[in-house]
Design a protein around this ligand. Structure first.
Ligand code: AMP
Ligand code: MG
Length: 490
């Protein structure tokens, strides 16, 4: 029997379309010439309670935007945002939210098509996306998920059979993105900028229900919601910093209140450690450099706090004190998450006041010696014995003295050394989506060969285990690769 998209198990229950209609436009995806399934995320389909076989057989038309799954109520969401510090009105210019799918275990997840045609918010854009950038988002978001980092997910990429015009003509594609929600700091900025009290109010209630249900019963839900978002972001940015992830465009429209990593544009992972690393070709000032990410997150949260201030209870002064009090906790919360993660990377289970210094000293040595971030941490597990570091003179004396300090610290840990080693192996990935590997997979896909991409995805699914399959994926780029650059023409 022929399977249909109706058999896939979609359970839409759409609540965002019940909000005031100033917050979105009802709009259908624009049908494409020739839908074709490029990749389907079978494990994610299963996690969503969807039948992967039906999606595989009959999903291309849906994933390309030609056919609507039962229960979908498509909209483009309005939002604003500070882009590189400048306020602009934006919105889904090339994305369409099909609706909210309920998983068998009760999660409510946005199903969104990206690259699905023009909307009211498209401005001069064509509403479309190219195959390379959509596959890139698929690879990196799934890699982030496997690393245990909160992120939007990628269910599928469909080819459109059409060409998109960028600097050159490129193959068109649509990504199906799955997210806790697509509510951004910029969504609150849009609601606040409209000058209508009902919009931020409705949005706040909606966002609380989805991302901070405990805030509904708090004395001051707006303050409690800010508290939850600050906490989510503190944990998220710490997680990025602990794997060497550079988001690249941390504009307020690219920061989700759910605490998920969102909008994989010019993002990339560090190879050699340098906090000044910028990959994005359009970030000329280095605003979104690796080491700036915590400060930028705090700045973005201040923009959210401004939007929530009028919704907080009490007189102006009291509300300001409450909101400010929560906002000001970001640096300390980030630091707490980051230090806990740093300890795990060093194999430490107990706390010592010198730990922060021990970690930052290692980063300093890595910067001085141009060491690879991921490979250095992955190597620690094998270096946890005094005899492990070669006696040879070619070990930098600064590295040797750090190693001695770290061994002395490990010696003070209760429990066997094997337990510390196991902690390191759980915290330090051996493979990440390395830029040269991602590029290699995209180039092959562009030439019609998806096997390289499939192998990379399989390897990235198990990032903490040294396996035979991932052996050749662990190393940094071959010499001569030069500074990696990412482009925003996504
Ligand atoms: P981004 O840089 O991907 O975060 O996008 C910033 C804004 O530009 C968002 O409002 C997008 O919807 C919009 N945008 C990006 N690319 C296109 C496109 N090809 N067509 C229409 N809008 C776009
Ligand atoms: Mg964006």
């Amino acid at each position: 029997m022929q399977r249909s998209i109706r058999d896939a198990g979609w359970r839409f229950d759409n609540t965002y379309v019940r909000l005031p209609d100033a917050l979105y436009e009802r709009v259908r995806p624009t049908a494409v010439r020739s839908p074709g399934l490029v990749v389907l995320n079978r494990p994610l389909a299963a996690d969503l309670g969807l039948d992967a076989e039906s999606l595989h057989e009959a999903g291309a038309a849906m994933f390309a935007g030609n056919e609507s799954p039962p229960g979908a109520e498509p909209i483009a969401q309005a939002y604003a945002g500070h882009q590189f510090g400048h306020f602009t009105n934006l919105g889904d210019g090339r994305a369409i939210l099909l609706g909210e799918h309920l998983t068998p275990d009760g999660r409510r997840l946005d199903i969104q098509l990206k690259g699905s045609g023009r909307t009211r918010y498209s401005r001069n854009g064509d509403g479309r996306a190219a195959l390379g950038p959509m596959l890139r988002e698929y690879i990196i978001s799934e890699g982030m998920h496997a690393l245990g980092i909160p992120t939007t997910r990628s269910l599928a990429v469909a080819a459109t059979g059409e060409t998109v015009l960028r600097e050159t003509p490129l193959a068109g594609a649509v990504l199906t993105r799955v997210a806790g929600s697509h509510i951004r700091v910029g969504t609150f900025q849009f609601a606040a900028a409209m000058g209508r009290r009902d919009l931020p109010d409705a949005l706040l209630h909606h966002a609380i229900a989805r991302h901070a249900p405990e805030a509904a019963a708090a004395d001051d839900p707006a303050v409690a919601f800010l508290d939850a978002v600050v906490e989510h972001q503190a944990g998220l940015i710490a997680a990025w910093m602990l794997v060497g992830f550079v988001h690249g465009v941390m504009n307020t429209d690219n920061m989700a209140v759910s605490g998920e990593t969102i909008d994989y544009g010019p993002c990339a992972f560090l190879d050699a450690y340098d906090p000044a690393t910028v990959f994005s070709s359009i970030d000329r000032q280095g605003r979104y450099a690796f080491g700036n990410q915590p400060a930028i997150a705090h700045w973005n949260l201040a923009r959210l706090a401004e939007c929530l201030l009028p919704l907080a209870k009490g007189h102006e002064e009291a509300a300001l004190t409450a909101i400010r009090g929560v906002l000001d906790t970001f640096p300390e919360r980030f630091q707490r998450h980051h230090l806990a993660g740093a300890r795990a990377k060093l194999g430490l289970a107990t706390e010592d006041e010198g730990d922060q210094r021990l970690y930052s000293d290692l980063l300093d040595r890595m910067r001085e010696t141009g060491a690879d971030f991921t490979a250095t941490f992955a190597s620690l597990a094998a270096l946890a014995e005094p005899a492990a570091l070669p006696a040879a003179a070619d070990v930098d004396p600064r590295v040797r003295s750090w190693h001695q300090a770290w061994l002395a610290r490990l010696a003070g840990e209760p429990g066997p050394r094997a337990a510390a080693v196991a902690r390191m192996r759980r915290a330090n990935p051996v493979v990440i989506p390395r830029n040269h590997r991602v590029e290699e997979a995209l180039a092959a896909a562009d030439a019609g060969d998806l096997a390289v991409l499939e192998r990379l995805l399989a390897v990235l699914r198990e990032p903490f285990q040294e396996t035979k399959d991932n052996e050749s994926y662990r190393a940094g780029p071959p010499p001569g690769c030069g500074g990696y650059r990412t482009f925003c023409g996504t």
